[in-house]
Design a protein around this ligand. Structure first.
Ligand code: FAD
Ligand code: SF4
Length: 547
């Protein structure tokens, strides 16, 4: 048995949130508001803030920090998008102006066994007619252009490593230095850390952001439930024929005790996105989402679509799945707000996060704007952000499905029955679930063999190394290790990390755990269950183009 929490380092809050007085002699970059993370939340927030400042003639310096070297380089999603946040943010634009791919007119939900599939009625939460498929990389690039046109400063290749503190106030962030040698000594290309000071810092780091995690822990803001996560592995394919509908699947190749499913979506002309997502509360130490995806591609449902096709890109990322009960009790503090996946605004039964993230960024911007106008960025003033969330469709949507994901903690059958009753609004027949524990507290059995890739596959498969190559990862080989593992890891735990990591970062060699950190693609799965992740030199990691 393995209990991940027992072998995981604690989050080092004192290293992540540091007193700004230590850097008093250094030059700072001063801003009014800094958004940490150029995803849908950070960019939508920055755009809304710039729109408001233009409308009311309040000159504001707005910055967005992004760890990828290019906008969208670390962005990965399914994605089927509800377009409502786009229409809200750009009310002068039409649907055709956004970089969407296919309008959804037909959808299927399938129950899979190893060789067969059975069509199920589409659950009400999964209806997607009127939504659009899209590449999140392209969406982020589009939002970035709009932001630049509004005069927003976008700093790509700028990872925030620490939150800066003055008394109770968050005063900005400090970036990761670059050009360090493996032993952390300064190399020829060394660039020092920079302090980005701001009256308000908006954390939009996405899933499992260490800054949001540490602020939530420091201020004891954990919700009724602890946050839980899933890992999604995705491939983009060129295929001979256009797909005219979206497909979601349940069951095989997952064990019946595990939660998750797969998708295949059309992505414009002769391209499809295919992916598999599994909750990180899975039961066996050998579960390997990447390898399971390679098996899934051989299933008749997928084989038919992928035959004679070509893999264009590969990547992986975690998703916060805890829902409404796992949101921090306060989404604000003195001079700080938390938005998007960093807070946990994902509707798992609907498989949606993008429009919730965008709206949370928009509400954060509205709250920040009022605070700046009143020259009061205290937590009392910024609590208006929480009120806006609570009065919006975000609360309505997320509370209406909040019991569904926890119901699957008892396996697929019980979860499926409870989810069915909840979807039919028969809530009185379903007991309220107890608070959910973090994934690392769930014990994994360790008596199964490592999963292996399909032998003689009909459809092209990828090894993890091939996958990392197709993610565009060009991290320097001699970069310091950014993954913090406990010492003396045993063979079973090393096997568990090796299976969990989609990028082949962990190996058991010469009776010890070897960490190939440059392979890391920042999915954050081991931050949830194993070695902690920290922000490394800007521009490291994947360089996704159309994920
Ligand atoms: C496999 C998968 C499938 C999904 N499918 C769908 C779907 O079909 N429909 C849907 O609506 N949603 C879907 N989602 C969820 C959706 O993608 C997210 O909810 C959404 O992207 C969250 O937006 P965000 O801006 O909060 O975070 P992100 O999109 O994760 O953006 C965060 C950004 O911050 C950057 N960053 C992180 N840390 C730092 C730092 N320290 N310094 C600087 N920059 C930093 C990251 O590089 C990234 O660019 C899916 C997610 C996954 C993983
Ligand atoms: S090492 Fe990197 S790529 Fe591997 S699971 Fe952890 S965060 Fe993901």
């Amino acid at each position: 048995m393995i209990k991940p929490l027992g072998i995981q380092k604690k989050l080092n809050i004192d290293d992540l949130i540091i007193d700004e007085s230590q850097f008093s002699g250094e030059e700072d970059i001063p801003l009014d508001v800094v958004f940490v993370g150029a995803g849908p939340a950070g960019l939508s927030g920055a755009i809304k803030l710039a729109q408001l400042s233009k409308k009311e003639n309040l000159n504001l310096e707005i910055g967005v920090l992004e760890k990828a070297s290019e906008l969208g380089g670390h962005s990965l999603s399914g994605a089927v998008i509800n377009p409502k946040a786009f229409l809200e943010l750009f009310n002068e634009k039409k649907i055709e102006d956004f970089p969407f791919k296919n309008k959804i007119t037909k959808e299927k939900v399938l129950f899979l066994t190893k060789n067969n599939s059975f069509r199920l009625p589409t659950p009400p939460t999964m209806h997607n007619k009127g939504n659009y498929t899209a590449s999140l990389c392209e969406i982020v690039k589009f939002l970035g252009k709009e932001a630049e046109n509004l005069g927003i400063n976008i700093f790509t290749g700028f990872p925030a490593k620490n939150l800066l503190l003055n008394g109770n106030k968050i005063t900005g962030v400090r970036t990761t230095p670059s050009g360090l040698n493996r032993d952390s000594s300064k190399g020829p290309q060394h660039t020092a850390s920079v302090n980005i000071k701001a009256k308000i810092t908006v954390l939009c780091e996405g899933s499992r952001g260490p800054l949001a995690q540490s602020y939530i822990q420091k201020e004891s803001l954990t919700g009724r439930s602890q946050q839980i996560y899933a890992l999604g592995v995705k491939e983009l394919w060129q295929v001979p024929k256009n797909l005219d509908h979206i497909v979601h699947t349940l069951a095989w190749p997952l064990d019946s005790s595990d939660f998750g499913g797969s998708w295949i979506y059309p992505m414009g002309e002769n391209k499809v996105s295919i992916g598999l997502v599994i909750g990180l509360d899975y039961k066996k130490h050998s579960v390997d989402v990447h390898t399971k995806l390679q098996h899934l591609k051989q299933h008749p449902v997928f084989k038919k679509i992928l035959k004679d096709g070509k893999i264009l890109e590969w990547g992986a990322k975690t998703i916060p799945e805890g829902g409404w009960d796992a949101l921090p009790t306060k989404l604000y503090g003195d001079n700080i707000l938390i938005a998007g996946d960093a807070a946990g605004f994902v509707n798992v039964p609907a498989l949606k996060g993008i429009h919730y993230s965008m709206y949370s960024g928009i509400f954060a911007a509205q709250s920040a704007f009022e605070a700046l106008k009143k020259e009061d960025c205290s937590k009392n003033q910024l609590s208006s952000y929480q009120e806006m969330i609570n009065n919006s469709f975000i609360k309505k949507d997320l509370t209406s499905v909040k019991e569904i994901r926890p119901s699957f903690k008892k396996g697929f059958i019980i979860g499926g029955i409870k989810a069915g009753l909840l979807s039919l609004k028969l809530n009185a027949l379903v007991f309220k679930n107890p608070p959910v524990k973090e994934d690392a507290e769930e014990v994994k059995s360790s008596d199964s063999d490592p999963e292996t890739l399909p032998v003689n596959p009909d459809i092209n498969i990828l090894s993890k190394v091939d996958g990392v190559y197709l993610s565009g990862n060009k991290t320097r080989d001699d970069i310091p290790c950014h993954l913090n593992s406990e010492k003396d890891i045993d063979k079973k735990t090393a096997e568990f990390y090796a299976a969990l990591c989609p990028a082949g970062v962990y190996e058991w060699q010469d009776n010890k755990l070897v960490i190939n950190s440059p392979n890391c693609i920042d999915c954050k799965a081991t931050d949830v269950l194993g070695p902690r992740w920290e922000a490394r030199e800007g521009g490291s990691g994947p360089n996704y183009k159309e994920m």
